[in-house]
Design a protein around this ligand. Structure first.
Ligand SMILES: [Zn+2]
Length: 164
């Protein structure tokens, strides 16, 4: 009876050790670059959208930080800061973030990750109707932003596959 109890405890501790090791590994991966909780879902979505188009987005290998920022000027909705010594950094204007739709949030984060992760520059090409051809357009004054639930798939095709 005593032997049996010891045996069970032994297994229990072994199991706990495994959980501890696994949870530590998971944590260290996540903390390699800081991403605000409110942005992390869209960073994950960016990975998924890339994967669906055959593009591997590896934020462990090439980390990008993500911050909601209160110091950006009112006209700046978001920004990608390049830094040769540290991970590139996506800054999102917090007050803009707090008043726009989920789709506008997605557009903005994907645009900045287009700069920070995909190393894309601005592209202001437009179609016959004056609509932007790319999520990477420089501003809404350059062309009409037609990003919507209906058009997002083709915009994301362009975003991930433009260099192929
Ligand atoms: Zn831009």
């Amino acid at each position: 009876m005593i032997f049996r109890q010891l045996f069970n405890w032994h297994h229990f501790f072994l199991l706990m050790a495994f959980f501890l090791i696994f949870s530590c590994q998971k944590e260290s991966r996540i903390t390699e670059a800081y991403v605000d909780d409110e942005l992390s879902q869209l960073f994950d979505q960016f990975v998924q959208e890339g994967l669906q188009r055959g593009v591997i987005i590896d934020f462990v290998k090439t980390p990008v930080e993500g911050f909601l920022d209160s110091s950006l000027g009112a006209s700046v909705t978001g920004q990608c800061q390049h830094d040769s010594n540290n991970p590139d950094r996506v800054l999102i204007n917090r007050s803009y973030w707090n008043r726009v739709t989920e789709l506008q949030k997605e557009f903005l984060v994907f645009h900045e990750l287009g700069h920070c992760y995909l190393q894309r520059s601005h592209l202001d090409d437009k179609n016959d109707r004056g609509e932007c051809m790319s999520i990477m357009h420089s501003s809404s004054s350059a062309c009409e932003n037609a990003y919507s639930l209906e058009t997002r798939a083709s915009y994301l095709d362009e975003l991930f596959n433009s260099n192929r």
